[in-house]
Design a binder for this molecule. Structure first.
Ligand code: ATP
Ligand code: MG
Length: 269
């Protein structure tokens, strides 16, 4: 394993992480002895079969649930349950937009909470709407948007507060293939400019290969790190053209085999 150069800043460090749940009188070990680190500006995909503990890990990093064991450090400091770290943003699996607020009021919500003056808020919201390709939709309510558009609003609602660390839980999981590819292009475009440190949960290998610098493959439940793959396709990446390349096909096949073993194990447990 290559040693990390000393000037690389570690943003997220997870050591021996464990989570047990008690459900219907039965104990479920969701995550067991998971350890990995993510350096500044890295885009890391957390990949694994359904139920292997991906969301649980993300929720523990976000301090939404407490670990049963192990440690999580963000920027060198241990995180505590219920105390979210200020510069960490979270994009949820389901779009959690407020149906009674327009696109602009959804996107500006966190700025409103932070007491950002109306003038600055309007400018930042207008810029975010433009970046997400939503010009003309500022006054629309979520119910009149497509699924892809709603996910863009969710994304911008998180990005507008400029989080340095971004947690994303299958944000495009419910979208059809083409809309998903479109969202990959939007996300890559935004990320290339800001280079946030990203932990992106998915069970879609194509999505992981398109977006990430590294793929951390989790085992079937209880989730622990099975393999750590480097995805060194050149950037900027074209989400559509990349899929036609030989390098993509080779790495896809390598990870697919290992992921397939875990899908099979998850079905038999
Ligand atoms: N609040 C909870 N109470 C009891 N069990 C839970 C709870 N949350 C998760 N689990 C269990 O922990 C395991 C891991 O769940 P988790 O949601 O982390 O999986 P996942 O990898 O995100 O799956 P998916 O890809 O389907 O979203 C599952 O067996 C699930 O039933
Ligand atoms: Mg999940």
């Amino acid at each position: 394993m290559p040693s990390t150069p000393p000037d690389v800043r570690c943003r997220i460090e997870i050591n021996g992480l464990r989570k047990d749940f008690l459900a219907n009188g039965r104990e479920v070990v969701a995550v067991d002895d998971a350890s990995f680190r993510i350096d500044d500006g890295e885009f890391v995909a957390l990949l694994g079969p359904s139920g292997c503990g991906k969301s649980t890990i993300l929720n523990m990093v976000a301090t939404l649930i407490a670990p049963t064991g192990g440690t999580i450090k963000v920027d060198g400091a241990p995180v505590s349950f219920g105390k979210p770290v200020r510069h960490v943003g979270y994009v949820f699996q389901k779009d959690t937009l407020f149906p009674w607020r327009t696109v602009e009021d959804n996107i500006g919500y966190s700025l409103e909470l932070a007491g950002v003056p109306i003038g600055e808020r309007r400018t930042r919201v207008a810029e975010a709407i433009h970046q997400a390709g939503l010009d003309g939709f500022a006054r629309f309510y979520p119910a009149s948007l497509s699924g892809g558009m709603r996910q863009r609003v969710s994304l911008m609602r998180t990005l507008i507060s400029n989080p340095e660390i971004l947690l994303m839980d299958e944000p495009f999981g419910a979208l059809d293939t083409h809309t998903k590819l479109d969202m990959h292009s939007v996300l890559l475009g935004l990320w290339e400019r800001q280079r946030q440190t990203v932990l992106f949960v998915t069970h879609d290998l194509g999505e992981a290969l398109t977006l990430a610098d590294r793929i951390i493959l989790l085992s079937a439940r209880p989730g622990r790190v099975k393999q750590d793959f480097r995805v060194d396709f050149p950037r900027p990446r074209d989400a559509v053209a990349l899929r036609e390349t030989r390098q993509y096909a080779e790495l896809f096949s390598k990870v697919w085999h290992s992921l397939g073993e875990e899908f099979a194990r998850s079905r038999s447990t």
